[in-house]
Every structure is written in structure tokens, then in C-alpha cells.
Design a protein around this ligand. Structure first.
Ligand code: GDP
Length: 296
């Protein structure tokens, strides 16, 4: 992610070398490089502006301590602000609710919802020692229901069968009821995704959320879609009460702008990142790791 930021910065930071204090003048060029790097990383423009303003405010006038030269001091400020912008620390799932904990997954088609349902199950079963049931409320694509069944089989989650004749709300309610009867700790509800945000889809998922009142509503988004990811995040965040985000396909995303944009635009924590197609490739999101990768 953001591989080019530290390269860009190391050139621009030369301007700061030998200066005792950071001021408007000696920081200009450096801020321009940060701005360019973020834009190239596909961070949404309003987010870039806000970020640059925050860095500038902290940097200008900053006394540079004995141990740090201005370049290092500046990098530390960028690093701190980046961690802050991405959400300070990892937010875990709320697993303390009365069981079954209900997790609703929402997002566009192809974002990685079904795969993430499998990955989350795998993580909860293996790391948290929870029993997990999964159900698909995608009543438009029989293949999606089948895909979830296969994934569930691979990770050892209980699959709650559904059909395309049923209503999403009924499927979800029945699955939760069944999970309760079987004393499952967690039930994950996978939902339909359309190719683009549309009103029918938004009202369907918003009705579903209201009907089942899940513990967690996670927005699943493909990090490779860059600026679009930010727009989609805004639409889902407006329609639903999201508790967090799963950022998928981070393994293929060299630019990495989505993490920063989505967090800033939704104000919701990124809880996990998908790092590959395999079902054990889901990791808790650690902003400080991403920030240190960005700065090299
Ligand atoms: P859905 O339509 O939202 O349910 O999306 P799927 O779960 O079917 O995923 C769409 C495609 O993205 C599949 O080919 C997945 O293998 C792939 N995919 C999902 N998550 C990741 C990830 O973190 N990394 C990579 N490389 N591929 C992923």
C-alpha cells in the first residue's frame, strides 16, 4: 500500500534538512508531495485536503527536538495523523452480545461478501472458538446460496439452507431462530449485492437490518475500486447503521487509498482486511501497521 509515499517524501524532505523549525515556507514542497502521493493512491480528494490540513497545522511551528531532525519530525507527524485518520486502534467485533451474535454483511456484488462470510467463520471458529451458522439472503442468485454452502463446508460452519422463493427477512429471521435453537454463538447473514448502488437494493437491505437488528452490520468493500469504494461506502453508510467495514482484496491493492478514504467518509472502523482468496486470509485491521508500511 502507498509504496510510493516514502520515496516521494525522502526527496521532498531534503528541503527540511538543517532547519530548526518547520514553517509554512520550508514545508510547502513536502506537503505537495504528500498530497500527490495520496491522490495517486486514489484517496478521495476531500479526504486528502483534510489530511493535509491536519498535518500542516501540527507541523508548522513545531519545534524540532534535539534527537529529531525536521525531516524525521515531519514523518512522525504524517505517521501519527495517518494512524489517527484510519482509526487509532483495531476495533474488535462485539462478541459479548447475547448469543447468537448476528452479523449482517452488506456490499456490492463481487466485493467479496460470501468469501468474507467464510473467512469470518474460519476466524471465529479457530481463534475465538465460537460455533458459527451462516445463511444466504441472496434470493436473486441461486449460485450465491450454493457458493455459501460450499464455503461453510470448507470452514466447518453450519449452513442454514435458503431458496430464491423466500423473502430475505424471512430467511434471516428463520436462521437466527435456528441458531438460537442450536445454541450457535454467531450467525452470519450474507446478502444480495447489485452491480451498482440502487434504491431497491438499499431499501431491501435497510428493511432487513431493521427487521433483525444485528449486533454487527459490516460493509464489505473491494479496496481495488479506489474512488468508487469511497462513493459506495458513503451510500451504504447513509442507508444503513454500519458498525464496521471489511476491506477486501488488499493483497492486490498497491495504491491503498481506500482504507483512508472509507474510514474518513463513513467514520466507521475498518475491522478486517482480506489479504487473498483463501479462507484463512482475513486479518484484523491494524492502522499502525498500514501507516508504517506506507512510510516504509
Ligand atoms: P460477493 O459477490 O460479494 O459475495 O463476492 P465473492 O465472495 O463471490 O468474491 C468475489 C471474488 O473476489 C472471488 O473471486 C473471491 O475469491 C475474490 N476475493 C474475495 N476476497 C478477496 C481478497 O481478500 N483477496 C483476493 N485476492 N480476492 C478476494
Amino acid at each position: 500500500m502507498f509504496d510510493n509515499l516514502s520515496d516521494r517524501l525522502s526527496g521532498a524532505l531534503k528541503n527540511l534538512t538543517g532547519k530548526g523549525k518547520i514553517n509554512e515556507d520550508n514545508i510547502k514542497e513536502t506537503l505537495r508531495e504528500v498530497r500527490m502521493a495520496l491522490l495517486e493512491a486514489d484517496v478521495a480528494l476531500p479526504v486528502v485536503k483534510e489530511f493535509i490540513a491536519a498535518v500542516k497545522e501540527r507541523a508548522v511551528g513545531a519545534e524540532v527536538g534535539k534527537a529529531l531532525d525536521p525531516g524525521q519530525a515531519f514523518i512522525k507527524i504524517v505517521n501519527d495523523e495517518m494512524i489517527k485518520a484510519m482509526g487509532a486502534e483495531n476495533d474488535a467485533l462485539d462478541l459479548n452480545a447475547k448469543p447468537p451474535v448476528v452479523i449482517l454483511l452488506a456490499g456490492l456484488q463481487g466485493a467479496g461478501k460470501t468469501t468474507s462470510a467464510g473467512k469470518l467463520s474460519h476466524l471465529l471458529i479457530n481463534r475465538e472458538k465460537k460455533s458459527v451458522m451462516v445463511a444466504s439472503a441472496d434470493v436473486y442468485r441461486p449460485a450465491a446460496i450454493k457458493q455459501l454452502e460450499t464455503v461453510a463446508g470448507e470452514v466447518g460452519a453450519t449452513f442454514f439452507p435458503s431458496t430464491t422463493e423466500q423473502k430475505p427477512v424471512d430467511i434471516a429471521k428463520n436462521a437466527i431462530e435456528e441458531a438460537r435453537k442450536q445454541f450457535a454463538d454467531v450467525v452470519i447473514i450474507d446478502t444480495a449485492g447489485r452491480l451498482a448502488v440502487d434504491e431497491a437494493m438499499m431499501s431491501e437491505i435497510s428493511e432487513l437490518q431493521q427487521a433483525i437488528n444485528p449486533t454487527e452490520t459490516l460493509f464489505v468493500v473491494d479496496s481495488m475500486t479506489g474512488q468508487d469504494a469511497a462513493n459506495t461506502a458513503k451510500a451504504f453508510n447513509d442507508a444503513l447503521d454500519l458498525s464496521g467495514v471489511i476491506l477486501t482484496k488488499a493483497d492486490g491493492d498497491a495504491r491503498g487509498g481506500a482504507a483512508l478514504s472509507i474510514r474518513q467518509i463513513t467514520g466507521k472502523p475498518i475491522k478486517f482486511i482480506g489479504m487473498g482468496e483463501k479462507l484463512d486470509q482475513l486479518e484484523p485491521f491494524h492502522p499502525e501497521r498500514v501507516a508504517s508500511r506506507i512510510l516504509g
